[in-house]
Design a protein around this ligand. Sequence first.
Ligand SMILES: Cc1ncc(COP(=O)(O)OP(=O)(O)O)c(N)n1
Ligand SMILES: Cc1nc(C(=O)O)sc1CCOP(=O)(O)O
Ligand SMILES: [Mg+2]
Length: 208
Amino acid sequence: MKLRGLYAVTDSQLLAGRFLAYVEAALEGGVRLLQYRDKSSDEARRLREAEALRNLCERYKTQLIINDDAELAARLGVGVHLGQTDGPLAPVRALLGHKAIVGSTCHASLELAEQAVREGASYVAFGRFFNSNTKPGAPAANLELLEQARIKLHIPLCAIGGITLENAAPLVAHGVDLLAVVHGLFGADSTAEVTRRARAFNALLQTK
Ligand SMILES: Cc1ncc(COP(=O)(O)OP(=O)(O)O)c(N)n1
Ligand SMILES: Cc1nc(C(=O)O)sc1CCOP(=O)(O)O
Ligand SMILES: [Mg+2]
């Protein structure tokens, strides 16, 4: 099935004390991919949380992606997202097998995206498109890049960085398949609001 829809990305600080409740609320509203993003080195907690997310994802038929950590992804039998400093993609594709989802950060570079495609990426991620609370220092990308990518690349395009319900529509109009969101989804006051936002993000992507 085509990779298209809301790509929810967790944040350990933002979700502290409400981690599973908010993730489940998002899944309830419909999430195509869920990324477990935890930049800590607490391996025991990472394994525990990733296992809990895998169980939730199985219930909601959502695919789980682990950020950075291909070994944890292999252990759980799920996908992985790799950045430019997270090691080469091709061996990870070999480790996880041809069916696994392997995503690649390409910042604002078509060349990086073409290389990721050659190495077996399932989707390529561009960003950041807007000011990001989660990663303010990420390099910036723009809508023109998406137009070029849509012409040249034949795999799903993911956009990330400061995406909200208010600013996402032009990204979709320029060919984005996956909207990867942290604050614009989980920075909500209640589980009900997380579910509402997830539904609204998906509605933006159901236009084709
Ligand atoms: C969907 C998606 N796109 C980009 C990133 C960023 O990955 P990376 O550059 O490796 O930075 P960290 O997230 O590891 O800090 C991502 N995680 N997910
Ligand atoms: C993890 C990450 N990577 C980015 C990139 O541009 O590569 S932006 C980003 C943070 C996304 O969180 P928010 O939706 O809160 O801005
Ligand atoms: Mg990374």
